[in-house]
Design a protein around this ligand. Structure first.
Ligand SMILES: NC(=O)c1ccc[n+]([C@@H]2O[C@H](COP(=O)([O-])OP(=O)(O)OC[C@H]3O[C@@H](n4cnc5c(N)ncnc54)[C@H](O)[C@@H]3O)[C@@H](O)[C@H]2O)c1
Length: 373
């Protein structure tokens, strides 16, 4: 549904609504004032207690991937368990299902999305559904549908209901003609994967909706994310997660990228905290709507050497995957993120030594528990 038409319809509804009609009025006010904080003021019509409405009501799409469950945990700690709804098209594992609200949501189904947003009084939407770089190249049609058509649904729903919208972008939104070391926020973006093209599209569409009709769109370009307790979903940086598991479990690791392939990386805790921080930042602090965030950059060889300091028996061999290598060769080697640091105080906590220690501690204790069972 075109947003301009929707917004003008909403404006009409507000103008025509009787002054005492609390229901339609509260919906309309929410739809045209694009700040979730406004929900608090009109929520008093419905006698909802202050503590419940003080917090945003968050929907996370694609929440069962590498990042969503961790983000839900962080946001629930901050905003309360029932204020954060995870959604996906897959069946949640038991521990996720028990940890808080979960709902089925296919981002390609516009009506279903709208129903969820309305019925749950959603005010923030974190849009994680996507097909990542390597998986996207293997299924371009599906990637185009999920990453582009799905995004259009998300933008329209967010504009229609005045949501604050977070969409992650990626190092993959840059290409071989971008400056690679370091890559600034604003430069040439000519990616050569469907994933990258769809993410540039998301950045530009979100910013367009922001400038055109005030959508509160916020976007961070994540580096490759490294996590201990969730599996990566088919990206080019997946090797940097797998090496830890293989090092602990088999002592052997076959790397699918060349030893000297340098890419920007970040530990998941930093990534999720950045997401919360940019979502909470006052709008006046944001001089732009799409920011690079950076933590560390390393090559497979450097990572392996650091892991071998802790696990000297680890053997690393290289079997290069030409698709992933071509993708990695076109991506930034390091990210320039001074705007994020200046505007909303971004600061990473994990460098390579802390990352290695944390990953090995977690996976080591996890596998010891598994052996004991
Ligand atoms: N993990 C990273 O290293 C990384 C780096 C940069 C950016 N990102 C971005 O962060 C977001 C989350 O990444 P992730 O690693 O958790 O991804 P992931 O691939 O692990 O998970 C994506 C989820 O989207 C779901 N999905 C697919 N089609 C769907 C549909 N039609 N409707 C609803 N859900 C659908 C999948 O079931 C999956 O659970 C993505 O947008 C990704 O592009 C991730």
């Amino acid at each position: 549904m075109p947003v301009v038409r929707t917004v003008s319809k909403v404006v009409q509804q507000v103008l025509l609504a009787p002054a005492c009609s609390c229901g339609p009025l509260s919906l309309s006010v929410r739809s045209i004032s694009f700040s979730p904080r406004q929900v608090t003021s009109d929520a008093s019509f419905h006698s909802v207690s202050f503590s419940e409405t003080d917090h945003p009501r968050v929907l996370i799409t694609g929440g069962l991937g590498q990042l969503g469950v961790g983000l839900a945990k962080l946001l629930r700690k901050r905003f309360g368990k029932n204020n954060v709804i995870l959604s996906d098209i897959r069946k949640p594992p038991d521990h996720v299902f028990r940890s808080g609200p979960f709902i089925y949501s296919d981002i390609l189904d516009y009506k279903n999305l709208r129903e969820i947003v309305v019925n749950n009084r959603i005010t923030w939407l974190v849009h994680y559904s996507a097909l990542l770089s390597a998986v996207g190249e293997a299924n371009v049609t599906l990637a185009r549908n999920v990453n582009i058509t799905g995004l259009h649904n998300i933008l329209d729903i967010s504009a229609e209901h005045g949501l604050r919208l977070f969409v992650p972008s990626t190092i993959g939104a840059f290409g071989p003609t971008s400056p690679r070391n370091p890559t600034p926020d604003l430069c040439i973006q000519r990616p050569r994967t469907i994933y990258g093209v769809s993410k540039v599209h998301a950045e530009l569409m979100g910013e367009y909706y922001h400038h055109r009709n005030g959508l509160d769109f916020r976007c961070l370009r994540y580096p490759g994310i490294i996590s201990a307790d969730s599996q990566p979903g088919g990206g080019t940086t997946d090797y940097a997660v797998q090496i830890f598991h293989d090092a602990v479990k088999t002592g052997k690791f076959v790397c699918n990228l060349k030893p000297d392939t340098r890419l920007p990386m970040m530990f998941i805790d930093d990534c999720l905290r950045a997401t919360l921080e940019v979502m909470e930042a006052p709008a006046e602090a944001l001089s732009m709507r799409t920011y690079n965030i950076n933590a560390m950059s390393f090559t497979p060889e450097e990572l392996a050497r650091e892991v071998q300091k802790q696990l000297p028996d680890l053997q690393v061999t290289y079997e290069i995957d030409p698709v992933r290598q071509a993708i990695a060769d076109s991506w930034p080697m390091s990210f320039e993120d001074s705007n994020a640091r200046k505007d909303w105080g971004w600061k990473h906590e994990y460098d390579l030594p802390e990352l290695i220690q944390t990953m090995l501690n977690f996976i080591g204790s996890d596998s010891r528990i598994a052996h004991a069972n």
